[in-house]
Design a protein around this ligand. Structure first.
Ligand code: CU
Ligand code: CU
Length: 394
């Protein structure tokens, strides 16, 4: 059994000099008392300050509640108008007072799937330009984007087996490049940086059907994608997919602004981008644009959504309110049978998916990222089926 040394004696032995115990005790007591008084004083001041702050907060909360009530009333009205439970007119970011008129005046990005060009070779020409675009009503942003399109860039639609000849012309101030996820190609050769004023052409065979992202791959990629350098390429399978009545392409992305973009165009806030705290999230580059300018379908028609999440960082949880996906090619894997009867599908940043939905009943069907912060930030639109009552002006 182990033995332990006994505690050392705590009382002084007669051999040691006797210490002035009472004097030491008094000194310690005085110091402790002093500390206590100081602590109480600080606590009292803090409490008073906290009380003041709490009063201010209470006032602010009251004001917010009042504002919230007004907003809820407006939202309820909008929800009633749109015959849906979503706050479709809310803008989490700052917009000018005339946002509604500006949203109506905005020309929505055409989400309609373009036809596949004929022939074995599809020539795609994009010119990169530094340009100001609107990302929400009255909110301007300095992009690096594709001339004639802004962000996203043009929808590229090809058929499996076609060869894509891509020419990137750099009309901007710094080097840029273009990376096609649909290509199997050495990126150091094809996706190389193109100097300002230069053009670069490369070819790849679109051998893998699906819906893919393309983007600038110049470092820092986070900044180049966040500034608008992205788009979608659809590679239709040779034998085709089931025929549908309407096809739309949606590119989800987010914007990080270093100002409100109202008095002057905002630019990228890199720290917000790194922290993944966007000011706006969008389908096809502009908050809520398909709420004001809905995509359309007829009752009983099937609509196909080709969805890419461009990020630069955030995923999209694609869902259509009021219905269920009849077919969902998750991860854009259209070489295999789709999933059926699914409600929400994750489209990862840098990924894509395809969704078929047949809607019989006339109405307004919001499509959203079901991560609802995205809806508040602008990633919501409407599929208008038929001509539901009260929507003639939309
Ligand atoms: Cu770039
Ligand atoms: Cu990529």
């Amino acid at each position: 059994m182990a033995t332990y040394p006994s505690s050392p004696p705590t009382r002084p032995t007669p051999a040691e000099p006797v210490k002035p115990w009472f004097g030491q005790f008094a000194l310690v007591a005085i110091i402790l008392l002093g500390i206590c008084v100081a602590v109480f004083a600080v606590a009292a001041v803090t409490t008073m300050w906290a009380a003041d702050e709490a009063r201010d907060e209470a006032k602010a909360v009251a004001a917010n509640v009042a504002a919230g009530k007004a907003e809820s009333a407006a939202t309820a009205q909008a929800a009633h108008d749109h015959n849906t439970a979503l706050p479709l007119n809310s803008f989490a970011g700052v917009v000018p007072d005339n946002a509604t008129e500006l949203a109506e005046a905005h020309k929505a990005y055409d989400a309609t799937m373009p036809a596949v060009p004929s022939g074995d070779l599809v020539k795609v020409q994009m010119t990169l330009k530094d340009m100001v675009v609107e990302v929400a009503p009255g909110v301007k942003y300095n992009t690096w984007a594709f001339d004639g399109h802004g962000a996203p860039g043009p929808i590229v639609h090809v058929r499996e087996g076609q060869t894509v000849e891509m020419t990137l012309t750099n009309g901007g101030a710094i080097p840029h490049s273009i990376d096609f996820h649909a290509a199997r190609i050495a990126p150091n050769v094809a996706f190389k940086d193109v100097a300002p004023g230069d053009s670069f052409t490369f070819r790849f065979e679109a051998g893998d059907p699906g819906v893919y992202m393309y983007h600038c791959g110049t470092k820092p990629v986070l900044a180049h994608i966040a500034n608008g350098m992205y788009g979608a390429i659809v590679v239709e399978p040779k034998e085709g997919l089931p025929a549908v009545d309407n096809e739309y392409v949606l590119v989800a992305s987010e914007w990080y602004l270093n100002g409100d973009g109202i008095s002057e165009p905002a630019s990228l806030d890199m720290s917000k981008a790194r922290a993944m705290m966007p000011d706006w999230t969008t389908f096809n580059g502009y908050a809520n644009q398909y709420v004001t300018h809905p995509l359309t379908a007829g009752p009983g028609e099937t609509t196909r959504f080709w969805v890419v999440a461009a990020g630069p960082t955030l995923d999209t949880n694609f869902h259509v309110v009021g219905t269920i996906f009849d077919r969902a090619w998750v991860n854009g894997d259209i070489a295999n049978p789709p999933q059926t009867g699914v409600q929400t599908v994750l489209v990862p940043a840098g990924g894509g998916a395809v969704f078929d939905v047949k809607v019989d009943e006339e109405g307004l069907y919001p499509f959203v990222s079901h991560a609802f912060a995205h809806v508040d930030l602008g990633q919501v639109g409407l599929l208008k089926v038929g001509n539901p009552k009260g929507t003639m002006t939309h």
